[in-house]
Ligand binder design. Structure first.
Ligand code: G3D
Ligand code: MG
Length: 175
C-alpha cells in the first residue's frame, strides 16, 4: 500500500494476560514496525488499512505490565483516537474491570470510539463469560460493537480492527 493520509493512535486496554499483545501481533502479522517505549512501559505496532478507499495508518498501543504511575498512564492514553477493550472469556474479573479501564481512559481522552473484544474463544471448555454477558457489557460501555475473538486461531481479529478503523475514520471525517 502506498502512503497513508491519516494516522490514528488506538489504545488496546484490559487486564494483564487477556491477550492484548497477541491480538496486535496476530493482526499486524509481525511484519510491521513494532516498538517498546521504555519510559511509558508500552508497546506499539503500526499497520496500514483501507477505509472508504483511503489508506489509514493505525498505531496500536498496549501497556507491557500494568504500571501504576499516573504520569506513565496519562502518556499512554494521550492523543488516542480510539480504544479496543479486551477481556478474557475464561476470566470474569477481566470482564468486570473493563468499566474501570474505560473510566481511566475517559479522564484522559474524553469519550472516544471503541470496540469490545471477548478474547480466547478457542478455549471453549474453560469459557465463563457468555456471549449474552458480552453484549450486555458492550451496551454498558456506551453501545460498542462487540466481537468474539481468538488471537490463537485468528477468529474475529481482522473484523474487529477493521471496525475500529472505520468508526474512527468516519468520526474524524464526520461521515
Ligand atoms: P496481554 O498483552 O494482554 O498481557 P498476552 O496478553 O498477549 O501476552 O497473552 C497472555 C497469554 O494468553 C499468552 O500465553 C498468550 O499466548 C495467551 N493468549 C492470548 N490470546 C489468546 C487466545 O485467543 N487464545 C488462547 N488460547 N491463548 C491466548 P502465555 O502462555 O504465552 O503466557
Ligand atoms: Mg502485553
Amino acid at each position: 500500500m502506498s502512503q497513508a493520509k491519516y494516522i490514528f493512535k488506538i489504545v488496546v486496554v484490559g487486564d494483564g494476560a487477556v491477550g492484548k499483545t497477541s491480538l496486535i501481533k496476530k493482526y499486524t502479522e509481525e511484519k510491521f514496525q513494532s516498538d517498546y517505549i521504555m519510559t511509558i512501559g508500552a508497546n506499539f505496532a503500526v499497520k496500514n488499512v483501507e477505509v472508504d478507499g483511503v489508506i489509514i495508518k493505525l498505531q496500536l498501543w498496549d501497556l507491557a505490565g500494568q504500571p501504576q504511575f499516573k504520569e506513565v498512564r496519562s502518556s499512554f492514553y494521550r492523543g488516542a483516537a480510539g480504544a479496543i477493550y479486551v477481556y478474557d472469556v475464561c476470566r470474569p474479573e477481566s470482564y468486570l474491570s473493563l468499566v474501570n479501564w474505560k473510566n481511566e481512559l475517559v479522564k484522559e481522552c474524553g469519550e472516544v470510539p471503541g470496540v469490545l473484544l471477548a478474547n480466547k474463544i478457542d478455549l471453549e471448555e474453560h469459557r465463563k463469560v457468555t456471549h449474552e454477558m458480552g453484549e450486555e457489557l458492550a451496551m454498558r460501555l456506551g453501545g460498542l460493537p462487540y466481537f468474539e475473538t481468538s488471537a490463537f486461531t485468528g477468529a474475529g481479529v481482522k473484523e474487529a480492527f477493521q471496525k475500529i478503523a472505520e468508526i474512527i475514520y468516519r468520526t474524524a471525517t464526520q461521515k
